[in-house]
Design a protein around this ligand. Structure first.
Ligand SMILES: Nc1nc2c(ncn2[C@@H]2O[C@H](COP(=O)(O)OP(=O)(O)OP(=O)(O)O)[C@@H](O)[C@H]2O)c(=O)[nH]1
Ligand SMILES: [Mg+2]
Length: 239
Protein backbone atom coordinates (compact mmCIF):
# COMPACT_ATOMS: atom_id res chain seq x y z
CA UNK A 1 0.00 0.00 0.00
CA UNK A 2 1.39 3.36 -1.02
CA UNK A 3 2.14 5.52 2.01
CA UNK A 4 2.53 9.27 2.40
CA UNK A 5 4.39 10.40 5.50
CA UNK A 6 3.09 13.82 6.58
CA UNK A 7 5.56 15.89 8.61
CA UNK A 8 4.40 19.26 9.97
CA UNK A 9 7.26 21.69 10.49
CA UNK A 10 7.68 24.94 12.32
CA UNK A 11 11.30 26.05 12.78
CA UNK A 12 12.85 22.65 12.15
CA UNK A 13 15.79 23.83 10.04
CA UNK A 14 18.22 21.87 12.21
CA UNK A 15 16.29 18.63 11.88
CA UNK A 16 14.69 18.51 8.44
CA UNK A 17 17.52 17.25 6.25
CA UNK A 18 18.68 14.66 8.79
CA UNK A 19 15.08 13.51 9.16
CA UNK A 20 14.71 12.95 5.42
CA UNK A 21 18.06 11.14 5.30
CA UNK A 22 16.86 8.86 8.10
CA UNK A 23 13.52 8.19 6.39
CA UNK A 24 14.93 7.36 2.96
CA UNK A 25 15.98 3.79 3.82
CA UNK A 26 12.45 2.92 5.00
CA UNK A 27 10.62 4.35 1.98
CA UNK A 28 9.29 1.76 -0.45
CA UNK A 29 8.56 2.22 -4.15
CA UNK A 30 5.76 4.79 -4.46
CA UNK A 31 5.95 6.05 -0.87
CA UNK A 32 6.03 9.83 -0.46
CA UNK A 33 6.98 12.39 2.15
CA UNK A 34 4.92 15.57 2.50
CA UNK A 35 6.35 18.41 4.57
CA UNK A 36 3.71 20.88 5.75
CA UNK A 37 5.43 24.11 6.72
CA UNK A 38 3.65 27.04 8.35
CA UNK A 39 5.96 29.76 6.99
CA UNK A 40 8.69 28.97 9.51
CA UNK A 41 10.68 32.14 10.23
CA UNK A 42 13.92 30.12 10.31
CA UNK A 43 13.62 29.21 6.62
CA UNK A 44 12.58 25.55 6.99
CA UNK A 45 10.14 25.98 4.08
CA UNK A 46 12.82 27.24 1.70
CA UNK A 47 15.18 24.46 2.76
CA UNK A 48 12.39 21.93 2.15
CA UNK A 49 11.89 23.30 -1.37
CA UNK A 50 15.56 23.00 -2.19
CA UNK A 51 15.71 19.46 -0.79
CA UNK A 52 12.60 18.55 -2.80
CA UNK A 53 14.31 19.54 -6.04
CA UNK A 54 16.76 16.69 -5.48
CA UNK A 55 14.42 14.17 -3.85
CA UNK A 56 11.57 13.01 -6.08
CA UNK A 57 9.63 11.43 -3.20
CA UNK A 58 9.41 14.76 -1.37
CA UNK A 59 6.69 17.37 -1.66
CA UNK A 60 6.26 20.59 0.30
CA UNK A 61 2.99 22.22 1.27
CA UNK A 62 3.41 25.85 2.31
CA UNK A 63 0.86 27.47 4.58
CA UNK A 64 0.55 31.17 5.33
CA UNK A 65 1.29 31.15 9.05
CA UNK A 66 1.44 29.16 12.28
CA UNK A 67 -1.91 27.65 13.21
CA UNK A 68 -0.87 24.59 15.20
CA UNK A 69 -0.60 20.97 14.10
CA UNK A 70 -4.35 20.41 13.59
CA UNK A 71 -4.91 22.65 10.56
CA UNK A 72 -1.47 21.69 9.18
CA UNK A 73 -2.30 17.98 9.32
CA UNK A 74 -5.75 18.45 7.81
CA UNK A 75 -4.23 20.29 4.84
CA UNK A 76 -1.59 17.56 4.55
CA UNK A 77 -4.12 14.71 4.76
CA UNK A 78 -6.22 16.29 2.00
CA UNK A 79 -3.19 16.62 -0.25
CA UNK A 80 -2.06 13.03 0.45
CA UNK A 81 -5.55 11.65 -0.26
CA UNK A 82 -5.89 13.71 -3.46
CA UNK A 83 -2.62 12.22 -4.66
CA UNK A 84 -3.81 8.67 -4.07
CA UNK A 85 -2.09 7.65 -0.82
CA UNK A 86 -3.49 4.38 0.59
CA UNK A 87 -1.81 4.92 3.95
CA UNK A 88 -1.28 8.32 5.56
CA UNK A 89 1.33 8.57 8.30
CA UNK A 90 1.79 11.39 10.81
CA UNK A 91 5.14 12.02 12.44
CA UNK A 92 7.12 14.82 14.06
CA UNK A 93 10.27 16.30 12.53
CA UNK A 94 12.24 16.32 15.79
CA UNK A 95 13.27 12.61 15.97
CA UNK A 96 10.89 11.97 18.87
CA UNK A 97 9.37 9.40 16.54
CA UNK A 98 12.03 7.01 15.25
CA UNK A 99 12.10 6.81 11.45
CA UNK A 100 13.04 3.14 11.87
CA UNK A 101 9.64 2.46 13.46
CA UNK A 102 7.70 3.49 10.34
CA UNK A 103 7.74 -0.03 8.83
CA UNK A 104 6.16 -1.45 12.02
CA UNK A 105 3.27 0.99 11.74
CA UNK A 106 2.84 0.17 8.05
CA UNK A 107 2.93 -3.59 8.76
CA UNK A 108 0.16 -3.28 11.33
CA UNK A 109 -2.00 -1.31 8.87
CA UNK A 110 -1.33 -3.77 6.07
CA UNK A 111 -2.26 -6.59 8.41
CA UNK A 112 -5.75 -5.37 9.18
CA UNK A 113 -5.64 -2.31 11.44
CA UNK A 114 -7.44 0.77 10.11
CA UNK A 115 -5.57 3.10 12.43
CA UNK A 116 -2.21 2.28 13.99
CA UNK A 117 -0.94 4.29 16.95
CA UNK A 118 2.71 4.45 17.91
CA UNK A 119 2.11 4.06 21.63
CA UNK A 120 4.23 5.02 24.63
CA UNK A 121 1.84 3.48 27.10
CA UNK A 122 1.51 -0.15 26.02
CA UNK A 123 3.99 -2.81 27.25
CA UNK A 124 7.26 -2.25 25.41
CA UNK A 125 6.61 1.48 24.95
CA UNK A 126 8.90 3.98 26.70
CA UNK A 127 9.89 7.61 27.19
CA UNK A 128 13.42 7.25 28.56
CA UNK A 129 14.43 10.88 28.88
CA UNK A 130 11.39 12.61 30.29
CA UNK A 131 11.49 14.08 33.79
CA UNK A 132 8.76 13.72 36.36
CA UNK A 133 6.82 16.87 35.40
CA UNK A 134 6.62 16.11 31.68
CA UNK A 135 5.69 12.50 32.42
CA UNK A 136 2.94 13.58 34.78
CA UNK A 137 1.44 16.02 32.23
CA UNK A 138 1.37 13.40 29.50
CA UNK A 139 0.18 10.51 31.65
CA UNK A 140 -2.35 12.75 33.43
CA UNK A 141 -3.67 13.99 30.08
CA UNK A 142 -4.07 10.45 28.83
CA UNK A 143 -5.81 9.26 31.98
CA UNK A 144 -8.11 12.29 31.88
CA UNK A 145 -9.07 11.69 28.25
CA UNK A 146 -9.43 7.98 28.96
CA UNK A 147 -11.75 8.60 31.91
CA UNK A 148 -14.02 10.86 29.86
CA UNK A 149 -13.98 9.09 26.52
CA UNK A 150 -13.70 5.46 27.79
CA UNK A 151 -12.30 4.08 24.56
CA UNK A 152 -9.72 1.66 25.99
CA UNK A 153 -6.80 3.26 24.17
CA UNK A 154 -3.60 3.82 26.16
CA UNK A 155 -1.96 6.57 24.13
CA UNK A 156 -4.55 9.05 22.92
CA UNK A 157 -2.27 12.07 22.63
CA UNK A 158 0.61 10.64 20.60
CA UNK A 159 1.41 12.00 17.16
CA UNK A 160 2.97 8.98 15.44
CA UNK A 161 0.09 7.36 13.59
CA UNK A 162 -0.80 5.52 10.40
CA UNK A 163 -4.29 5.83 8.91
CA UNK A 164 -5.78 3.77 6.14
CA UNK A 165 -7.24 6.23 3.68
CA UNK A 166 -10.81 5.08 4.37
CA UNK A 167 -10.50 6.34 7.95
CA UNK A 168 -9.64 9.87 6.81
CA UNK A 169 -12.36 9.71 4.17
CA UNK A 170 -14.92 8.74 6.81
CA UNK A 171 -14.21 10.89 9.86
CA UNK A 172 -15.27 14.51 9.53
CA UNK A 173 -11.94 16.34 9.38
CA UNK A 174 -13.56 19.74 8.90
CA UNK A 175 -15.36 19.34 12.23
CA UNK A 176 -12.02 18.89 14.03
CA UNK A 177 -11.06 22.40 15.05
CA UNK A 178 -8.31 21.45 17.51
CA UNK A 179 -4.85 22.96 17.17
CA UNK A 180 -2.65 20.93 19.53
CA UNK A 181 -2.76 17.48 21.19
CA UNK A 182 -6.55 17.62 21.17
CA UNK A 183 -6.30 17.06 17.43
CA UNK A 184 -4.69 13.68 18.05
CA UNK A 185 -7.28 12.71 20.65
CA UNK A 186 -10.13 13.76 18.38
CA UNK A 187 -8.99 11.93 15.24
CA UNK A 188 -8.51 8.71 17.21
CA UNK A 189 -11.83 9.08 19.04
CA UNK A 190 -13.71 9.75 15.81
CA UNK A 191 -12.10 6.69 14.21
CA UNK A 192 -13.12 4.57 17.19
CA UNK A 193 -16.72 5.90 17.12
CA UNK A 194 -16.88 5.11 13.41
CA UNK A 195 -16.06 1.48 14.22
CA UNK A 196 -12.55 1.29 12.78
CA UNK A 197 -10.01 -1.23 14.10
CA UNK A 198 -7.32 0.56 16.10
CA UNK A 199 -4.04 -1.04 17.08
CA UNK A 200 -1.33 0.33 19.36
CA UNK A 201 2.26 -0.67 18.64
CA UNK A 202 4.89 0.11 21.26
CA UNK A 203 7.38 2.88 20.50
CA UNK A 204 10.23 4.53 22.35
CA UNK A 205 9.68 8.29 22.33
CA UNK A 206 12.93 10.29 22.44
CA UNK A 207 13.32 13.92 23.41
CA UNK A 208 14.29 16.36 20.71
CA UNK A 209 18.00 17.25 20.61
CA UNK A 210 17.84 20.20 18.20
CA UNK A 211 15.41 23.08 17.90
CA UNK A 212 12.72 24.06 20.36
CA UNK A 213 9.47 22.49 21.49
CA UNK A 214 6.20 24.16 20.48
CA UNK A 215 4.36 22.60 23.40
CA UNK A 216 2.80 25.25 25.64
CA UNK A 217 0.14 25.77 28.29
CA UNK A 218 -2.50 26.76 25.73
CA UNK A 219 -2.11 23.39 23.99
CA UNK A 220 -2.61 21.51 27.25
CA UNK A 221 -5.59 23.68 28.23
CA UNK A 222 -7.17 23.23 24.83
CA UNK A 223 -7.14 19.47 25.31
CA UNK A 224 -8.65 19.89 28.79
CA UNK A 225 -11.81 21.58 27.47
CA UNK A 226 -12.08 19.92 24.10
CA UNK A 227 -12.20 16.38 25.53
CA UNK A 228 -15.45 16.83 27.51
CA UNK A 229 -16.91 18.76 24.56
CA UNK A 230 -16.09 15.83 22.31
CA UNK A 231 -17.80 13.44 24.68
CA UNK A 232 -20.89 15.63 24.88
CA UNK A 233 -21.11 15.82 21.12
CA UNK A 234 -20.81 12.05 20.92
CA UNK A 235 -23.57 11.61 23.51
CA UNK A 236 -25.77 14.00 21.51
CA UNK A 237 -24.94 11.76 18.50
CA UNK A 238 -23.37 14.62 16.67
CA UNK A 239 -20.28 12.61 15.73
N1 LIG B 1 3.16 23.17 10.32
C1 LIG B 1 3.24 23.27 11.66
N2 LIG B 1 4.00 22.40 12.35
C2 LIG B 1 4.05 22.52 13.68
C3 LIG B 1 3.36 23.52 14.41
N3 LIG B 1 3.61 23.36 15.73
C4 LIG B 1 4.45 22.31 15.83
N4 LIG B 1 4.72 21.80 14.60
C5 LIG B 1 5.54 20.63 14.27
O1 LIG B 1 4.92 19.52 14.87
C6 LIG B 1 5.89 18.60 15.36
C7 LIG B 1 5.72 18.45 16.87
O2 LIG B 1 6.01 19.69 17.52
P1 LIG B 1 7.00 19.82 18.78
O3 LIG B 1 7.48 21.22 18.87
O4 LIG B 1 8.03 18.77 18.70
O5 LIG B 1 6.00 19.62 19.90
P2 LIG B 1 5.69 18.32 20.68
O6 LIG B 1 6.30 17.15 20.00
O7 LIG B 1 4.24 18.34 20.89
O8 LIG B 1 6.40 18.63 22.05
P3 LIG B 1 7.83 18.15 22.56
O9 LIG B 1 7.61 16.81 23.13
O10 LIG B 1 8.18 19.16 23.58
O11 LIG B 1 8.77 18.12 21.41
C8 LIG B 1 7.24 19.18 14.95
O12 LIG B 1 7.63 18.62 13.73
C9 LIG B 1 6.94 20.66 14.82
O13 LIG B 1 7.83 21.34 13.97
C10 LIG B 1 2.55 24.44 13.65
O14 LIG B 1 1.90 25.34 14.17
N5 LIG B 1 2.53 24.24 12.29
MG1 LIG C 1 8.33 17.03 19.72
Amino acid sequence: MKATICIPTYNEIENLEAMLDALEPVLREGDRVLVIDDASPDGTGALADSLASKRPYLEVLHRAGKEGIGPAYIAGFRRALAEGAELVIEMDCDFSHAPGDVPRLIDAAENGADLVLGSRYVPGGAIPNWGVVRRAISLGGNLYAQAILTVGIRDLTGGFKCFRRRVLETIDLDANHAHGYAFQIETTYRAKRAGFAIREVPITFSDREHGTSKMNKAIVLEAAWRVPLLRMRALARRL
